[in-house]
Design a protein around this ligand. Sequence first.
Ligand code: HAM
Length: 433
Amino acid sequence: MITKPKGCSDIYGKEGRYFRKVDQIVSLMAEVYHYDYIRTPIFESSELFHRGIGESTDVVKKEMYDFEDKGGRKMTLRPEGTAGVVRSYIENKMYGNPVQPVKLYYSGTMYRYERPQSGRDRELTQFGFELLGTNDPCADAEIISFAYQVYKILGLKSVKVKINSLGDSSSRLTYREKLIHYLKPHIDTFCKDCQTRLLENPLRILDCKIDCNHPILKEAPITLDSLNQESKKHFEEVCSYLDLLKIPYEVDPTIVRGLDYYNHTVFEFVCEIEGKNLAIGAGGRYNGLVSTLGGPQTSCVGFASGIGRVVLAMQEEGVEEVEDSIDLFLFYVNEEEKKYAVFLSQELRLAGYKTEMEYLGRSMKAQFRQADRLKAKFLILLNSKDLDQNEVKVKNNQTKEEELVHLDALIYYLDEKMEENNEEEIFLPGKEE
Ligand code: HAM
């Protein structure tokens, strides 16, 4: 038997329905927050990630799926979405769009060669938002609140928002010096990778997978103490906008993020899953990435979330299962009735009803069983005699009440009955319940 690659999943059934729910809420919310959809290639030239994410990050050093195409070009399966979105922003000159800033969202698979475990996959699906072209702190707050509202609407109650600031490039430099000075005398007690990181990129020691809990790091200097006036002001404004929006958050100086393109605000959304704190989403400001990749100086902020982890968190919190149920099931026995079932199911689907019919020519008893398995709300029983009178029998599958309904009035009748049945609605902020 050929099996799936390690760290990959077949997502279907109940899990597939949770995934779809996340995607649905994200796209609905992206509309109200006015983020346009973008889809970029799953593979890009390797150079994009080397330059964009940073040579000394774990993602680039250890986790990239690199390959050479048949023309000898070095390619990489994308490990995240931001670099590709920024490449597209530059290549398509979106910085020249009349409407600014540019607000984009995406959802797709990413690839990281990691050690697979619960919540850590090699093929993962992320959704993400990027707001390109403004340095206003209200944009940082908008991205954080947008993500927070998505999680709330999905039913996650215990999600925690942790934020920090790395400051601008000059604050980061001051911090780098302080950190090197602090760590140098102890660096022999750290892993080999961290020893090379000390001069190359000391910030990456703080989120090293081996040494992130090293006792020396507990007393390490924090980025917030190295912020210059401007960076401090930016961070204070982000916090005050979050207060205004009533987004609960915790300032956590240990958040430094594992990708090199960040400055100023960085944040993570954390949930407890199977006894461990896992980031279900994360992001931050990246004011230098567009120019690093050859575009004009552009201030940006963004966020991405692993849908697999969001689904784990939904299951952990007991968010109601997304049921596989239908509105209508069409029954028939003979060939003439079947033809009408084929025709009518198309009409009912186009009218917006989740409709199923019999495909296997089973007995009425077996069709009733199938309709029950699918939790059909109403049953439509097609019978040649009724059809001659342009009528069908409609049965409420809960109350078992049955009525003959004229075909011309069928949609109207169903609209009324369904409303009485009290359809569950997706709740969007500001929408009347
Ligand atoms: P990241 O922190 O590398 O940031 O990934 C974002 C989220 O993707 C994580 O919080 C986690 O939920 C999920 N994730 C990452 N790796 C895995 C994995 N191996 N298995 C399962 N889930 C995973 C970024 O990717 C940035 N592009 C975020 C961003 C957007 N920053 C600015 N704009």
